[in-house]
Write a protein that binds this ligand. Structure first.
Ligand code: SF4
Ligand code: SF4
Length: 210
């Protein structure tokens, strides 16, 4: 075992950065699912997270017992949250697998823990050590100048989001800050790089998510 593995596990290939960032921005916009190669990891299903479900997610709602759902605070009528048990586990996680994987909520289908290393943020700041441990293992690749340009844009966007929130006297969780940075990162890319859109990869199977 290498010293790196001893500190928290072997590195994981996160893929070329530009392709990932473009796909992730689309996932956040609701245009596609995230394509995280989760393998057997279920960290985000075991991290005491509330899963938001919108009223349009009729398939997910039909597969989750109503008793496990409650109104989402601050959201319009019909928006609900799926909670977690006393261990912090999602109640739909059965035998270490999502029991409703094909019907899982949008929140789960668009979650990608690679946002943390991409933005230079740490899930530990949100009190999510299992997710943080997994997130630290990802290693992006930078085969083209566009990959470096997208990485710099995401970091610049993350800095902008942090400064904007501090100026407004607010603070965002690392999770929300990362999502906000990915959402706007294209504004920080030069027009020439933005025009050369990277090829997207086909979605790889994800065992579960949050
Ligand atoms: S998205 Fe969740 S389940 Fe997938 S690798 Fe990251 S922490 Fe693990
Ligand atoms: S992927 Fe399944 S088990 Fe994991 S949080 Fe979502 S609904 Fe729960």
């Amino acid at each position: 075992m290498t010293s790196e593995e001893a500190r928290g596990g072997a590195p994981l290939d996160a893929g070329p950065f530009a392709r990932w960032a473009t796909g992730m921005a689309a996932a956040i916009a609701g245009e596609r699912d995230a394509d995280v190669p989760c393998g057997t990891c279920t960290a985000c299903c075991r991290s005491a997270q509330f899963v938001h479900i919108g009223p349009d997610e009729t398939d997910s709602l039909a597969h989750i017992p109503a008793a496990l759902l409650f109104p989402a605070p601050g959201r319009p009528r019909g928006h609900v949250l799926l909670g977690y048990d006393e261990r912090g586990h999602c109640p739909m996680l059965v035998d270490e697998r999502c029991s409703i994987y094909s019907h899982r909520p949008r929140t789960c289908r668009t979650y990608d823990c690679r946002v943390f290393p991409a933005c230079g943020l740490d899930a530990d700041a949100d009190g999510k050590p299992a997710i943080a441990e997994r997130a630290r293992r990802w290693r992006f690749r930078y085969p083209t100048p566009a990959d470096r340009a997208h990485q710099e844009a995401v970091l610049a966007a993350a800095t902008h989001v942090g400064e904007r929130e501090r100026a407004g006297g607010r603070s965002l969780s690392a999770t929300r800050a990362a999502a906000a940075a990915l959402e706007i990162h294209s504004r920080f890319i030069s027009p020439a790089v933005a025009r050369s859109r990277p090829t997207r990869s086909p979605a790889t199977e994800r065992q579960s998510g949050d």
